[in-house]
Design a protein around this ligand. Structure first.
Ligand SMILES: [Zn+2]
Length: 426
């Protein structure tokens, strides 16, 4: 993440400008869980529930994961209650067994595993009936699309892969301690993070709370049940008090030379390892933003596949979630305040904003975050599908049409209307 110059001193024109009659950009707010509803790109994966091909029927033994993270293994299906539409159902009951439910509401279900196949449970909103989506088939098709571009679907890390990752992180920590003998390092381990730092101990818990809030928010956003570990092992954070230590750590141990205005980085690799490094600097709020922003990139790396999102979506999501969990920061407002006069003046997001494969420009970060908020406010379920679709190898414009049902140009025009700039173009 690049360090905006004097972020804390920027003049916020947020409220003032809107009173002149411009539309207000959507305020950045967190998301609440929404039902996973079937989208256009899901229909090809609907699993049969009738006839010989029925994937679930009386007598089949299933493992079930609920949306709240609870799991049940070895439930024998007693009955699946059909709903009106083809291959839809409205209830599932099981042969009574000790400590096991005899009936589960489909609205509480996340996934059902039958032998080696996994099915996602989604709702068909117009009939409120439920369908099973064949995740195994979906992964195969995603794999076929991704392989051509050198990407692959993530599989569950093996215990050996997890152990190797954790060993690598601990070794990096040991080397950092040895390299900086005058700094006092601490190591804090939580369920999902390893926080290695030379920051004063009393500052660590607040930053970890931000990371936990980010993790929860992104799980909610992507419909991932609580308690799911997305990392290979854990996500390590190396947070340095001094810039010189951050730069030296990067160069010596991660073979990277951070640019002068970079305050944090997220390293990701094809093994699925994710490492956040950052420097504290003089602004504790901005540091919190950088930490969350960078680690959110790591979360996105671990979603579904190694596939890449376009930078505007990736940066937009990272800045959006940083604003959600660090609400005292005005970084999104400041960046947007910087961007809006340009958008008004040119009627454009910059020409290559949507298709830029490299790094979006600094002034465009505010646009990316508020466009993300606009997508989420419009339809949070479609957003989940959009990102998942891209990660499954659909080109992003195609994924946008198959989830929101709009072209990129239509999206930008709608966003423009929402922020009071009609006729806005990419
Ligand atoms: Zn970023």
């Amino acid at each position: 993440m690049r360090l905006p110059r004097c972020i804390g001193l920027m003049v916020v024109v947020w409220t003032g400008a809107w009173s002149l009659g411009w539309g207000a950009p959507p305020r950045v707010t967190g998301v609440k869980p929404v039902p996973r509803a079937i989208l256009k790109l899901d229909w090809e994966y609907v699993a049969p529930l009738t006839g010989d091909a029925a994937v679930i029927h009386k007598g089949v033994v299933v493992d079930v994961t609920l949306l709240n993270g609870k799991r049940y293994a070895g439930l024998e299906v007693a009955d699946i209650q059909p709903a009106k539409g083809e291959h839809t159902f409205r209830g599932l009951s099981f042969v009574p067994a000790k400590d096991k439910p005899s009936r589960l509401q489909p609205s509480a279900l996340y996934q059902i595993r039958v032998a080696e196949r996994v099915f996602d449970v989604v709702v068909e909103p117009s009939t409120k009936a439920y369908l099973l989506l064949d995740l195994t088939k979906r992964s195969e098709r995603a794999e076929a699309r991704l392989t051509a571009r050198g990407h692959r679907v993530w599989s569950e890390p093996t215990p050996a892969e997890t152990a190797a990752a954790l060993q690598r992180f601990e070794e990096l920590y040991a080397r950092a301690q040895a390299a900086f003998p005058n700094s006092k390092f601490s190591r804090t381990e939580t369920r999902y993070f390893l926080f290695y730092t030379d920051l004063p101990a009393q500052q660590v818990s607040g930053y970890i709370a931000n990371l936990d809030a980010m993790y929860d928010q992104l799980c909610t956003l992507f419909g991932i049940p609580p308690g799911t570990n997305i990392w290979v092992g854990k996500c390590p954070i190396f947070a340095f008090l001094e810039r010189s230590a951050f730069v030296r750590f990067e160069a010596e141990f991660l073979q990277h030379q951070p640019a002068e205005d970079v305050a944090g980085l997220n390293h990701q690799d094809s093994r699925g390892h994710v490492i956040t490094t950052c420097v504290r600097g003089s602004d504790p709020v901005f540091f919190a933003v950088v930490l969350v922003h960078e680690t959110a990139h790591g979360f996105v790396h671990r979603l579904r596949s190694t596939g890449r999102m376009p930078p505007w979506m990736n940066e937009g999501l990272a800045d959006w979630v940083a604003q959600v969990v660090v609400p005292q920061s005005d970084h999104v407002a400041n960046r947007l305040a910087e961007a809006l006069p340009r958008l008004r003046g040119t009627g454009s997001l910059g020409g290559d904003f949507l298709d830029d494969e490299g790094r979006i420009e600094r002034w465009q970060y505010g646009v990316a975050a508020s466009l993300t908020q606009f997508l989420l406010t419009t339809d949070a379920n479609a957003y989940r599908g959009l990102i998942t679709g891209i990660k499954e190898g659909h080109p992003w414009r195609e994924a946008l049409e198959l989830t929101y049902g709009v072209t990129a140009e239509e999206l930008v025009a709608a966003y423009g209307r929402a922020i009071g700039i009609p006729g806005l173009r990419p």
